[in-house]
Unconditional design. Sequence first.
Length: 241
Amino acid sequence: MKAGFLLLFFFLTASALYSQWIELDALPGQSLWASSSFSETLGGQVHTYGPEALFDGDMATPWVEGASDEGIGEDLIILANRAVTGISLNNGFARSPSLYEKNNRLKAMNLSILIGFTAPGMVSETDSTLYLLKEFDIDSGIEVSDTSETQFFEITLSPEEQMELCREVLESFTGENPFFLKMMREETGLALEDFNSDMDLLLMMEIYGFLALKLTIQDVYRGSRYNDSCLSEISLQLEDF
């Protein structure tokens, strides 16, 4: 593990922030995380139904959660780094009507926004960046129709409200850990006496920030044969701050 990360890890464990924040490791270019994915062996080869299938434009390739039960509580995290104003999805395993009926489909979901930051040197030995995040619920128990047709769900949290949450999280991130603020000042050359400046905030989000939509499965329509919950496609509607 790199020395810079070891120093930061020691600092984090000594602070109140460490126990209050969600940790997430992001590999370079990574923008999608699933709590689990289902794998099976077909024709002697292992096939995994991973979350990348949700953005391939192919209704025949779903993400399938990999929990041992119906997947209640399994989740997806989709990096946006802009304000999220809506989400479209295609429910179930939409390759055919038969596969759709045989597998579970989403019946209810929770949507939340994850906002957080990293700091210079917060990189592991695998070159993944460590982010510290806070989660803000948008709505719980959102009803999803039992159809593979495209469904759209509006995000009730406005771009202005999401930007203010970014400001609050940055203030908490640096206020509770002045060491991070010092490192950011040295790297950017900004005074950063406060975060009232929208321009400074947007720059900090661009360099160090993380904003994502999190979808959590809350209930499912049961499949006639399999107990695996599936989603075929997802698309986010985004807006600049």
